[in-house]
Design a protein around this ligand. Structure first.
Ligand code: 5GP
Length: 134
């Protein structure tokens, strides 16, 4: 899931040793900065996922709005299975229940940047994850 997950994805994919294909999907939330608003699809997959085993790779699950939209969209395409992997999980902020199958780290309600995660498109290139100070 673009764009924040690509740094995590590039590490994760090298740790997966079963045959796997790669594709990208872009979902944007209308809000900028630290608040996520309504979500929409801005770039679609090239792959037809019907009958395929799909693993969604996400940077962080916050309110759950992005992933609930994505899961609903992808489920309608009838994959053989659909699993979710997220590097970070902020359960305190959840508004929509989301079952994350594989979680890297559960973190407190802080806005984090780096390792692909941005603030207004900045800081994605930081080689670590840090907390934004207000
Ligand atoms: P949700 O739809 O779950 O509220 O938000 C998911 C998206 O919001 C993530 O993919 C990420 O782009 C953004 N997001 C949520 N929390 C954070 C955070 O702490 N730092 C950054 N940089 N982005 C976040």
């Amino acid at each position: 899931l673009l764009r924040g997950a690509i740094v995590f994805l590039s590490d994760l994919m090298r740790a997966i040793d079963i045959p796997a294909r790669l594709d990208f999907i872009g979902i944007s939330s209308y809000g900028t900065g630290t608040e996520s608003g309504a979500v929409r699809l801005v770039m679609d997959l090239e792959t037809d996922i019907a009958g395929r085993h799909v693993l969604i790779v996400e940077d962080i699950v916050d309110t759950g709005k992005t992933l609930s939209y994505l899961i609903e969209t992808l489920r309608a395409r009838q994959p053989a299975s659909l699993r979710l992997c997220a590097l970070l999980d902020k359960p305190d902020r959840r508004q929509v229940p989301i079952d994350v199958d594989y979680v890297g780290f559960v973190i407190p309600d802080k806005f984090v940047v780096g390792y692909g995660l941005d603030y207004d498109e900045k800081y994605r290139n930081l080689p670590f994850i840090g907390v934004m100070k207000g």
